[in-house]
Design a protein around this ligand. Structure first.
Ligand code: ADP
Length: 158
């Protein structure tokens, strides 16, 4: 039984994140998507709102082995609390990989947990939450980058 955890800020959730979640659901027995509370950044969307938006997409895609949680603290502690065996992360580029490699080594040291990387699909290569926030600020079109319910929630905020 392989229990995986996909942690991230998901601020906002993008089609790239949703793609990693669907592919992860097909690989592992269970997948917990964990909205990590980042105390250093002021989020655009609040973690409970992100959780609801992710849950809606999981429902649409009928991914019954996937659940969403909000966690404030070290991700290895969350993994330990549910006895997860694997951390799942997405990789878009070599710079993502450099960062993810260091993070995976740290998490292995801290919690003895392995990280599995999934390469992005080419159509999601340039999707980044930070870029979407920037486009949104100038009222650009984000409809091809995020699910419709996420777009709706974001448009209410500008
Ligand atoms: P974090 O602050 O933890 O990096 P993000 O929400 O930015 O949180 O990303 C969460 C995970 O999703 C990371 O592993 C990131 O590489 C991955 N990810 C983000 N966007 C994409 C995308 N377009 N394609 C594949 N993976 C992605």
């Amino acid at each position: 039984m392989i229990r995986a955890v996909f942690p991230g800020s998901f601020d906002p959730p993008t089609l790239g994140h949703i793609n990693i979640i669907s592919r992860g659901a097909a690989l592992f027995d269970s997948l917990d998507v964990v909205v990590a509370v980042n105390t250093r950044k002021t989020p655009l969307l609040k973690p409970p709102q992100i959780r609801t938006l992710l849950e809606e997409q999981i429902e649409v895609l009928k991914l019954s082995s996937v659940k969403v949680a909000v966690h404030n603290g070290l991700i290895v502690d969350y993994c330990r609390s549910i006895r997860a065996n694997v951390l799942l992360r997405g990789v878009r580029s070599s710079s993502d990989f450099n960062y993810e490699l260091e993070l995976s080594i740290l998490n292995k040291q801290l919690g003895g947990i392995e990280t599995v990387f999934l390469p992005t699909e080419p159509r999601y290569l340039v999707l980044r939450s930070s870029t979407i926030k920037e486009i949104l600020k100038y009222r650009g079109n984000i409809s091809k980058m995020v699910p419709p319910s996420v777009e709706k929630a974001l448009l209410k905020m500008v």
